[in-house]
Design a protein around this ligand. Structure first.
Ligand SMILES: [Zn+2]
Length: 282
């Protein structure tokens, strides 16, 4: 498999490009919550530290009018110890992947963040001469208001998952745009507040000329999390997550929408047919 690929595809009038910030590893047990290892290890084989490999998948949506980046990867803030702990591979390199498309950070009009955990908004900012500043200087950064509040005063269980360096500078620079609930943020680009994983987690739903795609964020992180009851140990509201996940997946199948998986370590796009996933290979 060519891991350096940058698959592009058309979705109606939109052009979609998968941008992978790299791979990292998290504890397999935590990734599957109460599901026993004997059931998941065949799907996601763990390494000798019981970690499974995950993608850090971002999606560039070019609508013809705007360039919208969905998700901002893990970023470059990890120190040596953390890089080892998270088994970082081939990254972080989101800006480099944009560069390969001939794009500079100034070319991005909006950044939509599913939530503010550090593996989803790492490249929202960079360290400049005067401290942390938005990496995308012209972009509107769209975050659910509930997620913003949760990240600013995290509960004791979530504190380690948020890094204020990733997001405080967005508000200071006047680029933060808080969304309340479901909204169409650009023509054909909707966000849906799902909660479940975090209080303000959202998915992004694209629709162009009758063709659709759902960016699932951490609602369904990998292909192996398709079963409604298979979810991560970090999810704060598991029953809410299961209810919304079931609904989002059912609607996607009924409407023939593609699914984009933020942490799948193979090609992250797939389609649901008869309750089964058909991966789309580039
Ligand atoms: Zn998360």
């Amino acid at each position: 498999m060519d891991r350096t690929m940058t698959p592009r595809m058309e979705l109606g009038r939109f052009r979609l490009t998968t941008l992978r910030d790299g791979f990292f590893r998290l504890d397999g047990g935590s990734m599957f919550g109460v599901i026993p290892r004997a059931l998941w290890e065949g799907l996601k084989p763990p390494d000798d530290r019981n970690r499974i490999r995950l993608g850090l998948n971002c999606l560039l949506v070019e609508t013809g009018d705007e360039r919208i980046l969905v998700e901002a990867g893990l970023g470059g803030k990890l120190d040596e110890r953390q890089r080892d702990l998270y088994g970082l591979e081939e990254g972080p390199r989101l800006p480099e992947k944009l560069g390969e498309l001939g794009l500079e950070p100034e070319d991005v009009d909006a950044v939509i963040l599913s939530h503010l955990h550090l593996d989803h908004c790492g490249w929202a900012t960079r360290e400049g001469e005067k401290g942390w500043e938005p990496l995308f200087p012209r972009a509107r950064y769209l975050v659910q208001e509930r997620e913003w509040d949760a990240a600013l005063s995290p509960d004791r269980r979530s504190r380690a998952s948020y890094d204020p360096r990733d997001f405080l500078a967005l508000e200071e620079a006047g680029l933060l745009e808080l969304v309340r609930g479901d909204a169409e943020v650009f023509p054909g680009v909707r966000v849906r507040l799902t909660g479940g994983h975090t209080p303000g987690h959202q998915v992004v739903i694209l629709d162009s000329d009758g063709r659709g795609c759902v960016f699932l964020g951490d609602l369904v992180p990998t292909f192996a999390h398709l079963r409604v009851t298979w979810h991560m140990g970090w999810d704060l509201f598991p029953l809410e997550l299961m209810r919304v996940k079931e609904e989002v997946l059912r609607e996607a199948e009924e409407r023939g929408q593609l699914l984009f998986f933020a942490h799948e370590d193979t090609d992250p796009l797939a389609r649901l047919v008869g309750g089964r996933l058909l991966p789309l290979t580039a």
